[in-house]
Design a protein around this ligand. Structure first.
Ligand SMILES: [Cu+2]
Length: 120
């Protein structure tokens, strides 16, 4: 019985280590979020990410040089049609933060925004 218990502990320890390395590997690449911009919306209105985990936005625009900005994290980029932009940052605080297009793109521009939800 003792050896069975030890075996279980070893399995848990090994499983834990495997989980740790998997998490670390995922952490290096981070969370990947694909987001497309077009007049006058992003393809997602709400994006959920984890604090302390790098998030890479894969960004595309179809019809205009839109912007992608998350002011609370001081990140922004232009989205040039035909190009794929990868933008990585690590959210260091939790909460709900606006992301938006900050290049005026027409009459519906003011509606071109969403919420980045950062949780622990
Ligand atoms: Cu726009």
């Amino acid at each position: 019985m003792k050896s069975l218990a030890a075996g279980c502990l070893a399995a848990i320890a090994f499983g834990g280590a495997a989980g740790y390395f998997a998490a670390a590997a995922a952490g290096e690449r981070g969370t990947r979020v694909e987001l497309a911009a077009s007049k006058f919306e992003f393809s997602a209105r709400e994006i959920r990410v984890r604090r302390g985990q790098p998030v890479t936005f894969i960004l595309r625009a179809s019809d205009f040089v839109h912007g992608f900005s998350v002011p609370d994290f001081h990140v922004r980029t232009d989205l040039v049609p035909g190009k794929t932009i990868a933008l990585t940052f690590t959210p260091d605080k939790t909460g709900r933060f606006a992301f938006l297009c900050d290049n005026f793109c027409g009459e519906g521009h003011d509606h071109m925004s969403g919420v980045l939800v950062v949780t622990d």
